[in-house]
Design a protein around this ligand. Structure first.
Ligand SMILES: C[S@@+](CC[C@H](N)C(=O)[O-])C[C@H]1O[C@@H](n2cnc3c(N)ncnc32)[C@H](O)[C@@H]1O
Length: 275
């Protein structure tokens, strides 16, 4: 098992952040859920998990609960979804958005689930493992609570795949070197490690699909990529003086000339819990 990840991200402990920052993260999750590229990733993941009527599913690290509510539509009329998140404030926001579907909202830690073994037919865990102390421990827990023959669906970003074009050569690399471990986790290759982790955990019937998201305008990119979002407060940046402004000016210029391009791969990996 890998050593615990000491570097945490804002999403590791939303409740420990100032209220303005946690509100910003909730807005960011909401906007991301509407973004066509994130919706494309989720379509792939839905197809691979194939939720069915009557199933009992867990959305681990459920954020605003949007996916949990969508899963609930798939398992209706007799199924149920448990939406679990570490953050009490995010869970409260998810409850406030509840639409009457069969979703039960809980707070909890995906690395130490207070849930019985073999309780679910399937688990969805999207863009969470990059933020936890031990992804392997979390995966072991997800497997423990899934019944034999049940399915696990992991979705996670491969921040090391992030690349830009349209900006001065090398500037993007300089900015990324500074914001890595700050805007993005130190374990920035989480997405590509998911298949290996499920192999090691003994899952069968594995499928791993890389979905490369393409952003051709700064406004579109800013929804998913904090390092091109001018609304992220200056004090949050970990860059030397002047670099943020120089970078954002280049981003804006590339947007104005129509040459801005950013690409980021998000992996969808599924497996079956053996009998
Ligand atoms: C980037 S958000 C993704 C939320 C949601 N899955 C989505 O795709 O919109 C990461 C979520 O994981 C939650 N989280 C972080 N660490 C966690 C942990 N140890 N256990 C459960 N949830 C956790 C955060 O509170 C946050 O809601």
């Amino acid at each position: 098992m890998e050593p615990a990840q000491k570097e945490r991200t804002p999403f590791s402990d939303i409740d420990g952040l100032p209220a303005s920052m946690s509100a910003m993260l909730l807005d960011a999750l909401t906007e991301m859920g509407r973004h066509p590229e994130i919706r494309r990733v989720r379509r792939v993941a839905f197809e691979m998990l194939a939720p069915a009527p009557g199933q009992r599913l867990l959305d681990a690290g459920s954020g605003s609960g949007e996916v949990a509510r969508r899963l609930a539509r798939e398992v209706a009329p007799t199924g149920e979804v448990v939406a679990l998140d570490h953050s009490a404030s995010i869970t409260a926001a998810a409850v406030a958005r509840h639409d009457g579907s069969a979703v039960r909202y809980l707070t909890g830690d995906v690395c130490a689930l207070d849930l019985p073994s073999d309780a679910f037919d399937g688990v969805w865990c999207e863009r969470v493992l990059q933020h936890v102390e031990s992804a392997d421990r979390a995966i072991d827990e997800l497997i423990r609570v899934t019944r034999p023959g049940g399915r696990i669906c992991l979705v996670d970003t491969d921040w090391s795949s992030l690349a830009f074009d349209g900006m001065p050569s090398g500037l993007g690399d300089v900015v990324l070197a500074h914001v890595r471990g700050h805007f993005t986790p130190k374990q920035h290759d989480m997405g590509r490690t998911l298949r290996r982790r499920l192999v090691a955990a003994g899952l069968t019937d594995l499928a791993a699909v890389p979905v490369t998201c393409v952003f051709t305008s700064p406004d579109s990119a800013a929804v998913v990529l904090p390092m091109v979002n001018p609304r992220v407060p200056e004090e949050v940046w970990a860059t030397p003086p002047g670099l943020r402004d120089e970078w954002l000016a280049c981003v804006e210029a590339a947007g104005a000339s129509g040459t801005f391009l950013a690409v980021l791969t998000i992996w969808v990996v599924t497996g079956t819990v053996p009998a």
